[in-house]
Design a protein. Structure first.
Length: 226
């Protein structure tokens, strides 16, 4: 690819400030190429990078894609898919770490980006709760339940019990829509109200319910539903 040296998987990448600056300014396909050439010959890496971007769109979408969807491309062997998923796991851990010790209500954009990266391409619905302390800082980020492609069971009692165990005083709840459309269903609205009523009994604040889809994020708070 233009602007990038050919590299082989057994060749040690160059080091130094110049190389770091180069990676920060790469386009989506170039960044994938630079990563994949650590486990594929440069020609195969270039082909795989091009096909991945064509299939998924962006670097973030590529690494977040399910393993089986990545390996469905003939140009991407299991070893390359494993490397991409390893990068995704590292990115999630970094994103979660960066949220700790921050007042989440002042970092909504960062929180949304993290949840989008974590949940948007999940093949089934998952219900996640971020438990916050009195300063609205993150105590724990937990997936409380997983469902199927269009439904997940939400148990308000389970959420409140866990909040009490963690001494949490506030919550942000989230779930994903594998269909890509983040618009909430009536059941989503009803369950959110149940959680809010249960939380209020123990003086726990529900700051928001975020519905995550590949086509965007829906905020119950911004829509006036909380």
């Amino acid at each position: 690819m233009a602007g990038l040296p050919r590299c082989e998987p057994d060749r040690e990448p160059s080091r130094g400030r110049g190389q770091a600056d180069l990676f920060q300014n790469l386009e989506e396909r170039e960044l994938l190429y630079a990563l994949l050439c650590h486990c594929l010959p440069w020609g195969s890496a270039a082909t795989a990078a091009a096909e991945l971007v064509e299939r998924f769109g962006t670097f973030a979408e590529v690494i977040a894609a399910p393993h089986h969807e990545i390996t469905a491309l003939p140009s991407v062997p299991p070893a390359a898919a494993a490397l991409l998923k390893c990068v995704h796991g590292a990115a999630l851990r970094l994103g979660q770490s960066s949220l700790r010790k921050k007042v989440l209500l002042k970092h909504w954009a960062q929180l949304r980006d993290y949840l989008q990266m974590t949940m948007a391409r999940e093949p089934v619905e998952q219900f996640r709760v971020l438990f916050l302390d009195t300063k609205n800082q993150l105590i724990e980020d937990e997936v409380c339940n997983r469902g199927d492609v269009n439904h997940v069971m939400i148990y308000p009692r389970q959420v409140i019990k866990r909040a009490i165990e963690l001494n949490a005083t506030a919550l942000i709840v989230a779930h994903n829509h594998p269909s890509g459309d983040p618009a909430p269903s009536q059941q989503d609205i009803d369950k959110t109200r149940e959680i809010c009523r249960a939380a209020a009994t123990f003086e726990i604040v529900v700051h928001d319910h975020l519905v995550i889809g590949r086509n965007g994020t829906f905020s119950f708070r911004e829509a006036g539903l909380l």
